[in-house]
Design a protein around this ligand. Structure first.
Ligand SMILES: Cc1cc2nc3c(=O)[nH]c(=O)nc-3n(C[C@H](O)[C@H](O)[C@H](O)COP(=O)(O)OP(=O)(O)OC[C@H]3O[C@@H](n4cnc5c(N)ncnc54)[C@H](O)[C@@H]3O)c2cc1C
Length: 422
């Protein structure tokens, strides 16, 4: 879709494009508990996007933020809450309405995920992974797979996880060792995956396994049901953050799946995995922007109320300049994330490198902003009585997963190399 037709589509957006569940919810009538009004967060949004954002802000303030500290403390994954998010369309943002999705685009989703993450980062991050798996099924699945699986995923009757990483294969994902051997009309999957978000809780697993020779072209994708014999899960990992969703290893001991469980063509799995990650990187960038915005707002309020040397900390120029830099970095991150989402929506060939740039920049910058916000609270920032230390812990992993930020730099470097030397 070119920029012009996209603009026309934007102009055509109206209230009638907002999913019914969102319009009939209380989202637009009740007061928010707190206001997420980052400078520029509304800039350039269509009327429909503002409504999506309002709905997400409302859900974040009422259903996520009040429970975030407790979920982190108790390492509780709030399944009922993610299912409530699904009832508003948040589990299937860019899935076509024909399959029960909200029929939005990646830019809409970036706006929504940012708002949700303002209320809770790890729960929103789980929703992004679920959306990512659903989108891969929509893009690469057969009509039969889509009709069978997508309605269950869009309603979150079933939750989904993404299984690429292995104990011996992280950044070098194409070296994965899990195998899927053909046996008649079945495949037997053997091997193990590491660090799987939602492991043991999710009902469906998008699994990358080797069906052919070494390298990326020997990898295929499969959809595996949680209850399949031979599938088992490790204990939840003990993590620094992201405690409101489980992370486990997943072991495949001759797990037998029908040949129809393959997603896309044989040998097409690596492409599916990498394409999914383009969107995943944009989404995790949006989650970082949401978390950092909350920390900025919290710190700004705190320094206005806290006095030292006979005056509010907010009145010191050092504090004002720090807040100005934080707001600027958030704005830059947000713009990069939304622009990368637009590139993906438009099928722009630069989408992969723009997603890598946005992910690298937003996740590093926003982690730094949260850390700066913690510093502004002095000793109180270090206490669990305040939300900032939790978001610092949550955002730290965003520079590691969905491809580390060093791998983002290798993607960007390859594009620079293509330019050659003049
Ligand atoms: C909480 C959490 C949730 C996760 N969820 C999922 C999930 O749902 N599904 C999934 O499949 N995976 C998931 N992951 C895994 C994550 O994607 C990997 O941890 C990540 O890709 C890095 O792999 P690794 O940990 O093996 O590190 P390694 O690949 O061993 O890298 C170690 C270090 O070396 C650097 N490095 C490696 N290669 C290069 C290079 N060529 N140039 C420069 N530096 C390099 C890396 O950047 C990193 O700093 C999750 C991880 C965590 C921590």
């Amino acid at each position: 879709m070119n920029a012009l037709s996209r603009g026309v589509r934007r102009l055509a957006c109206s209230l009638s494009t907002v999913p019914e569940a969102w319009r009939s919810s209380t989202c637009f009538t009740q007061d928010r508990l707190f206001v997420s009004t980052g400078i520029g967060s509304d800039a350039g949004l269509s009327e429909a996007q503002r409504l999506f954002k309002d709905a997400a802000d409302e859900f974040a303030s009422k259903e996520l933020a009040p429970h975030s500290a407790q979920w982190d403390e108790q390492h509780h994954f709030p399944v009922a809450t993610v299912k409530a998010a699904a009832s508003l369309g948040f589990a299937s943002l860019y899935i076509a309405e024909d399959y029960g999705g909200a029929g939005l685009d990646r830019q809409d989703a970036a706006v929504i995920f940012e708002s949700l993450a303002y209320g809770d980062v790890p729960v929103t991050a789980y929703l992004t992974i679920h959306n990512m798996v659903s989108a891969a099924i929509e893009r690469y699945g057969s009509e039969e797979q889509k009709r069978a699986l997508l309605p269950q995923l869009t309603s979150m009757e079933r939750l989904a996880s993404y299984c690429l990483t292995e104990p011996g294969s992280g950044s070098d994902a194409a070296s994965l060792q899990t195998t899927a051997r053909r046996s008649g009309d079945h495949y037997l999957i053997s091997g193990s995956k590491a660090f799987i978000s939602g492991g043991g809780v999710s009902d469906l697993y998008l699994v990358l396994a080797r069906t052919g020779a070494a390298g990326p072209s020997g990898i295929s994708a499969f959809i595996v049901d949680k209850d399949t014999e031979g599938l088992s899960f490790g204990k939840p990992e003990r993590k620094m953050g992201w405690n409101a969703q489980p992370t486990t290893s997943v072991t495949f001991d001759d797990v037998t799946v029908p040949a129809e469980a393959m997603l896309g063509p044989e040998g097409g799995g690596f492409k599916i995995a990498m394409n999914a990650l383009n969107g995943g990187r944009i989404n995790i960038g949006a989650c970082s922007v949401g978390g950092a915005s909350m920390c900025l707002d919290f710190a700004r309020d705190y320094v206005a109320g806290r006095s030292q040397f006979g005056r509010p900390i907010a009145s010191f120029q050092a504090t004002k300049f720090k807040l100005a830099d934080m707001a600027t970095q958030i704005h830059a991150s947000r713009l990069m994330v939304r622009r990368a989402a637009q590139a993906l929506d438009e099928g722009d060939p630069s989408a992969t490198v723009e997603a890598a740039m946005a992910k690298r920049f937003a996740t590093d910058a926003c982690y730094g902003i949260c850390n700066d916000a913690l510093q502004m609270l002095g000793g109180y920032g270090y206490l669990k009585d305040y939300p900032i230390e939790r978001v610092v812990r949550d955002l730290r992993v965003h520079s590691i997963l969905e491809g580390t930020n060093e791998i983002m730099r290798t993607i960007i470097s390859k594009e620079i190399d293509k330019l050659g030397v003049s």
